[in-house]
Design a protein around this ligand. Structure first.
Ligand code: FPP
Length: 218
């Protein structure tokens, strides 16, 4: 969801306005992708490194997330969207954890699409956590069993990664899962990211010849 801060700055508004607008984009993009048959949308909302932002910005982001969980569940249920939250819960109090669990539980019947929100998420932390799980289990793992120990266990690897906001980097997102994802970068700032643009990206993706290391026989 990159570009919220710059979106606000361009309008001479505080960064928090950009984040507020960015939350609206989540619904717009979810509705668009699920309407064209995508089954999973994973949003990178807050990274393990984002705790290093100024205290008031962090508090604002936590507030937006809390509000989203508190007020959006009926709308998600109505649209058939299942909510799933990935990331660490270490920094959250019990009330927040209950709110997360309750939102996920209430939407678990959603069959139109799954919206994964990564909050306090880091790809490296996730891999290390999975390694520890494997070590503790005492089992030898292969790629499939290892993947099942990640927080995304049971969720297919992403076909497409889109980064908005003009930067060309992965920033610690889904590092293990991204091995064969098709990467798209757009200068559009997240609050301006439209259903139209994501449909164009999906159309571009559909033209790709995905070989997964193989060659195509004539
Ligand atoms: C990236 O833009 C955005 C973030 C780091 C935070 C996004 C999180 C939220 C809007 C709150 C979470 C709420 C829900 C409902 C999931 P940036 O601030 O890095 O933008 P910039 O690069 O233009 O400064």
């Amino acid at each position: 969801m990159d570009g919220n801060g710059r979106w606000a700055k361009k309008r001479l508004l505080p960064r928090s306005f950009g984040h507020k607008e960015g939350v609206k984009t989540i619904d717009r993009i979810a509705d668009t992708v699920f309407s064209v048959g995508v089954k999973y949308l994973t949003i990178f909302a807050f990274s393990t490194e984002n705790w290093n932002r100024p205290e008031d910005e962090v508090a604002g982001l936590l507030g937006l997330f809390r509000r989203y969980l508190k007020s959006n569940v009926p709308k998600l249920i109505k649209r058939g969207i299942r909510l799933n939250i990935l990331g660490s819960r270490r920094a959250f109090d019990q009330e927040f954890i209950d709110l997360v669990d309750d939102a996920c539980k209430r939407t678990e019947g959603g069959s139109v699409g799954t919206l994964n929100i990564c909050f306090d998420y880091g790809g490296r932390a996730e891999i290390v956590e999975a390694v520890n799980k494997c070590v503790e289990s005492g089992r030898k793992v292969d790629e499939t069993t290892f993947a099942s120990c990640l927080q995304t266990g049971g969720i297919p690897d992403p076909d497409i990664l889109i980064r908005t906001g003009g930067e060309h980097r992965i920033s610690n997102f889904l590092l293990y899962q991204m091995a064969y994802s098709e990467l798209f970068f757009t200068d559009t700032l997240w609050p301006d990211f439209s259903g139209e643009e994501i449909k164009e990206i999906i159309a571009e993706y559909r033209k790709k010849d995905r070989r997964f290391g193989r060659i195509n026989e004539e």
